[in-house]
Design a protein around this ligand. Structure first.
Ligand code: DX5
Ligand code: ZN
Length: 236
């Protein structure tokens, strides 16, 4: 297999050009044994980014993968890697994820008393920085840092597992952040399907992560992505 050549500025430019709203398939729900094929298929199916869920078994009660696997997947696609670090000590590993070719690095506010230095470091490396907050974490926790991020990821389930039910109460956080900073990319993660996507986009979400809705809905990822896009078409 020939390695795909791509560079981060080009990938991030493509992500910006994709506009809003877009869906980012979460690889958590796909067949890891076929990752190169999955990524090639998602590109052909029109995905504009993929969402990578890194879990450390501490911050969340589940493990997934780390920078070495991401570096290998990077060789197989030029899709932007929207990377969600569900881990206790993201600063310790951040340069590994940057080196692996991640395009957006999202860290959790719950583990960072003051995330500014880390966010600035991420951005200084040409990578987009984001902050995520769990359903039980108040919106006020991220408001002091809106100038230090490129995106905010509002969790609409307790992180750790795919296939959970969307918690509509988190949409108040989306509305509050959108009102303060309409320019910021607002992302939502957990329980996204056609019906919840509509509500999320109406509240102001720009990037919607979808795992089981793309890979485990009984139709092909292509059909699943098309029906998700159709569900929010009036907002595009
Ligand atoms: C959950 C992860 C999500 C997950 C979403 O902890 O952060 O990205 O894959 O899966 P669904 O779309 O199935 O809720
Ligand atoms: Zn995620």
């Amino acid at each position: 297999m020939t390695a795909i050549q791509s560079d981060r500025p080009t990938r991030l430019k493509a992500l910006k050009a994709a506009g809003s709203p877009i869906f980012a398939p979460s690889l958590l729900a796909c067949d890891f044994a076929r990752m190169a094929d999955v990524l090639r298929g998602l590109k052909e199916d029109g995905a504009k980014a993929v969402h990578l869920d890194v879990m450390d078994g501490h911050f969340v009660p589940n493990f997934t993968y780390g920078a070495p696997l991401i570096a290998d997947w990077r060789k197989t696609t030029d899709l932007p890697f929207d990377t969600h670090l569900m881990m206790d000590n993201p600063g310790r590993y951040i340069d590994d994820f940057i080196g692996a070719g991640c395009d957006t690095l999202i860290v959790h506010i719950e583990v960072l008393p003051d995330p500014r230095e880390l966010l600035r470091h991420i951005r200084s490396c040409g990578v987009e920085a984001g902050l995520s907050l769990n359903p039980g974490t108040p919106v006020e926790s991220v408001l002091p840092y809106l100038d230090d991020v490129d995106c905010i990821l509002v969790m609409s389930v307790q992180p750790g597992f795919g296939g959970q039910s969307f918690q509509p109460s988190v949409l108040d956080k989306v509305r509050q952040i959108k009102a303060l900073r309409p320019d910021l990319r607002l992302c939502i993660d957990g329980g996204i399907k056609s019906s919840t996507a509509r509500d999320a986009v109406a509240a102001g979400c720009d990037l919607l992560v979808a795992g089981s809705a793309v890979f485990q809905s009984g139709v092909s990822p292509r059909e699943a992505l098309a029906s998700l896009a159709a569900s929010v078409a009036s907002h595009s």
